[in-house]
Design a protein around this ligand. Structure first.
Ligand SMILES: N[C@@H](CCC(=O)N[C@@H](CS)C(=O)NCC(=O)O)C(=O)O
Length: 204
């Protein structure tokens, strides 16, 4: 059975869990990382020398890096709708995966670091700067999603899956933020998918 190493509240593990749900794959997830520890145990480092999560074991095959895992699982299931077969649609979806892991993750993580401080060390100008940056970055996806139901084409792709946990964190940000109609419409539509709804129960 497919083994998935990583705690459920990790945004990168959540991508894999959403993919597994969409694909209907039997799996076993093992809590590791964060408060569970274990990511620097020699046995885990033999699977994943970065000491990060997620990692999967598919028989003898081991893979780490969440985006690569999501693409592998889609291809393994022959789902060329999820990881599009058409070259340009595939490149488009891949691009959103890369962008999510770099620009979007950086903006959301920066914002979370700024506001999740004890009251006495909260730096309000820094929070507002991080918020303005995040609004600009999330605004890039919002612009696309104002005119399209999914980030690429007319169906769910690995691009949406990579964006999902981070846009969920954006929605949870408890600050006075502008209403981004494209992102909020997408979020509402995704929430009807059991695989996405399940990850939002864990990722906070
Ligand atoms: N680029 C990697 C990043 C992996 C990563 O940084 N994972 C975080 C959790 S989201 C981690 O391992 N944190 C340490 C921990 O949970 O102990 C991927 O996409 O898989």
């Amino acid at each position: 059975m497919l083994k998935i190493w990583g705690r459920a509240n990790s945004s990168n593990v959540a991508k894999v869990m959403w993919a597994v749900a969409e694909l209907g794959l039997a799996h076993q997830r093992i809590d590791i990382g964060g408060p569970f520890g274990g990511t620097h145990d020699p046995a885990y480092l033999r699977l994943n020398p970065t000491g990060r999560i997620p990692t999967i074991e598919d028989g003898d095959f081991v893979l780490w890096e969440s985006n690569a895992i999501v693409r592998y699982l889609a291809a393994r299931s022959g789902r060329d709708d999820l990881w599009p077969a058409a070259l340009q649609a595939r490149a488009d979806a891949d691009r959103w995966m890369d962008w999510a892991s770099t620009s979007l993750a950086e903006a959301i993580d920066g914002l979370r670091k700024a506001y999740r401080q004890p009251v006495e060390t909260r730096d309000e100008p820094a929070i507002q700067a991080a918020l303005a940056n995040a609004v600009a970055v999330v605004g890039i996806v919002d612009h696309v999603l104002q005119h399209a139901p999914f980030i690429v084409g007319t169906g769910l792709t690995v691009g949406d899956i990579a964006l999902g946990p981070l846009l969920h964190r954006w929605v949870l940000v408890p600050l006075d933020k502008p209403h981004l109609a494209g992102v909020m419409g997408w979020y509402e539509r995704m929430s009807h998918r059991p695989g996405f709804a399940a990850i939002t129960d864990h990722v906070k």
